[in-house]
Unconditional design. Structure first.
Length: 158
């Protein structure tokens, strides 16, 4: 069984979401089904079909969250600002043909929290893995589908 490396904050957020889905949202969907049943013949009742589809999605989401919570490994953020580690916010510049691009900021997080478009890099992603353990001033190269990328780490913060 796979383990999911997540922060304590993400673990708590998932527990709250699960509680909401199992209480409030489940009652809402049950009410939708009850209301749709009152419209009569279920074989031609699109409202009923939609409500049952919504119920299926809800139960799938609940099962997914339970799986993550049951197999979660809570990652403690390191307070070491000398090296890139989980929880670190780093600033890097991409180096291409000897030229440095504009600085970009990323936070290294677990795979369940990754959101590259918003600066949240998974520690399991190729770039995240490559940056782990390196210090300010180091140049890190990583092989990605588009070729080789090189980054210079300009700062590490918590």
């Amino acid at each position: 069984m796979a383990t999911f490396r997540i922060s304590a904050e993400r673990f708590d957020a998932l527990k709250k979401e699960l509680e909401y889905l199992e209480t409030v949202r489940e009652r809402e969907v049950a009410e939708l089904i009850k209301e749709a049943r009152s419209f009569g013949d279920l074989s031609e009742n699109s409202e009923y079909d939609e409500a049952k589809t919504e119920q299926g999605k809800l139960y799938s989401k609940i099962a997914e969250i339970k799986n993550v919570l049951e197999n979660a490994e809570i990652i403690e953020d390191s307070h070491d600002t000398d090296k890139v580690s989980h929880g670190a916010t780093i600033t890097v510049v991409e180096i291409e043909n000897g030229e440095e691009s504009d600085a970009e900021e990323y936070k290294i997080v677990g795979s369940q929290e990754a959101d590259p478009m918003n600066g949240m890099l998974s520690e399991e992603s190729p770039i995240g893995k490559a940056l782990l353990g390196h210090e300010v001033g180091e140049i890190v190269s990583v092989e990605v589908p588009d070729g080789l990328l090189s980054f210079k780490i300009t700062s590490i913060a918590r």
